[in-house]
Write a protein that binds this ligand. Structure first.
Ligand SMILES: [Zn+2]
Length: 470
């Protein structure tokens, strides 16, 4: 394939060459499930879903791993507040997350592992790091185990920082550390922490540090070395820097490309529960914007750009999607559904250029403009050709309105049934007209309108739409 991707580690756009021909392993840092997701979190899933669909379109077999971080300080604090075990809170939020992914048309991950299911793999990595002189148990006997950043010469390379200019690691007090930048691989249990959130280990009871979780799950599902590691730009440091350090120090090749997406901000501040500026999918839907339109909104921006959220921009995106959808529906009524065809070369070039979805959508809108002109001119052969290209482009972006994912949700499964009922009514109307009974003909149309079906007479005969539908 000729995909080129921006690789954070080399700060350059590189040709993507799979490690094993025909196969790709992708790991995306999933969410910490201390609460339901907001639309900033969901951007990540859609961005990588587009990457995954593009890789699959190129004929590659993709193993896509997106983890669930089901234990950490925030999960513990929230579950203590709610008076429930950590897994109860984590699982409830995991279910909401899965529902939102499905509503946005995000394909299921190949595996979606939970951090707490991989403690033995984490122990193996930590034991190896200690044996090789890259990690050590805390000097104060608290049960923590730290990674020794000075033992790993490339520390700071991913985030392009000089080690002496780096922040201290805030995940544990500095008292037991050799260097304030050393980060926790294992966190010894503290008094008052629930026993149910504590696991035995060779270094004492405790729970894993956040970073080692991802290294262990990458290793478990993708092996010593794999193709693409993804996440938000806010994860480059310290999370991904630490993941690389501990994985490579443990002898693993780890990720070959680092793909990071921009965040979605509210105005200029990050969307965050603590600031109280959170918008979630149900709120978007309650405002009249459908999930497919939110997906389009994410896709309209290049994945590496920051999206400054605004209601106006979301509504504009919804209207832009409705123009695409409107063409597909009108064209389908006239020339039939057909089959998605070849992708235009300009579209492929845009997608291969570091997934330039904004450029790809410009190609799509140009095609729809040409398709609408052909509809007006009654040039059915052109309509057929444009429709097949448009559906191919929308399909690879996960946005084809005729895909059961979306068609089913707007009552599309009932459409054939309504179609034949409306056709029956329209036959009666035509019969009334034939016998010049205009009152009866108008009555049929008025009754359909009363039922929410709008009939329009066109050169191709009557066409109908459901009121308020596009
Ligand atoms: Zn991670």
């Amino acid at each position: 394939m000729s995909l080129r991707l921006y690789d954070t580690a080399t700060r350059s756009v590189r040709d993507f060459v799979p490690r094993t021909p025909g196969e790709v392993g992708v790991y995306l840092c999933g969410l910490t499930v201390q609460g339901p997701p907001h639309i900033g979190h969901l951007r990540s899933a859609v961005n990588y879903d587009v990457l995954r669909r593009w890789l699959e379109h190129a004929g590659l077999r993709v193993t896509f791993i997106r983890n669930i971080t089901d234990i950490d300080d925030k999960v513990l604090a929230k579950s203590a507040e709610a008076g429930v075990p950590f897994w109860s809170l984590a699982y409830a939020n995991e279910r909401i997350l899965a529902d939102h992914y499905a509503r946005l048309g995000v394909l299921d991950a190949t595996y979606e592992p939970r951090a707490t299911g991989h403690i033995p793999e984490m122990h193996s990595l930590i034991a190896k790091l200690i044996a090789d002189g890259h990690a050590y148990p805390a000097a104060d006997g608290c049960g923590d185990v730290y990674f020794d950043v000075r033992s790993y010469a490339d520390y700071g390379a991913l985030s392009n920082q000089r080690p002496d200019a780096m922040q201290e690691s805030a995940d544990a007090p500095a008292r037991g550390k050799r260097d304030p930048r050393d980060f926790a691989l294992w966190k010894g249990a503290k008094p008052g922490e629930p026993e149910a959130a504590t696991w035995p280990s060779p270094w004492g009871p405790g729970r894993p540090g956040w970073h080692i979780e991802c290294s262990a799950m990458c290793w478990r599902y993708l092996g010593d070395e794999f193709d693409i590691h993804g996440g938000g730009l806010d994860l480059v440091f310290p999370h991904h820097e630490n993941e690389i350090a501990q994985s490579r120090a443990a002898g693993l090749g780890f990720a070959r490309y680092w793909v990071h997406h921009g965040l979605l901000n509210m105005g200029t501040s990050k969307m965050s529960k603590s600031i109280g500026n959170v918008i979630d999918l149900p709120a978007v839907e309650a405002s009249g914007v459908r999930a497919v339109e939110l997906r389009y909104y994410y896709t309209a921006a290049h994945y590496r750009t920051v999206i400054d959220y605004s209601d106006g921009a979301l509504r504009e995106a919804a209207s832009a999607y409705q123009r695409l959808e409107g063409f597909v529906h009108r064209a389908t009524e006239i020339v039939g559904v057909g089959q998605p065809g070849e992708l235009p070369a300009e579209f492929v070039a845009a997608m291969d250029d570091d997934l330039n979805t904004s450029q790809a959508l410009a190609v799509l809108h140009d095609a729809v403009r040409a398709g609408n002109e052909a509809l007006t001119a009654g040039d059915d052969a052109v309509v057929v050709a444009v429709l097949s290209r448009v559906r191919a482009m929308l399909g690879v972006l996960g946005l084809d309105p005729l895909d059961p994912q979306w068609a089913g949700r707007s009552g599309g499964q009932l459409r054939p049934v309504v179609d034949s009922l409306v056709a029956l009514a329209l036959e009666q109307r035509a019969a009334a007209r034939a016998r010049k009974d205009w009152a009866a003909a108008d009555a049929v149309r008025d009754q359909l309108k009363h039922a929410g079906v709008i009939v329009e007479d066109t050169v191709h005969g009557p066409r109908w739409t459901i009121e308020g539908e596009h």
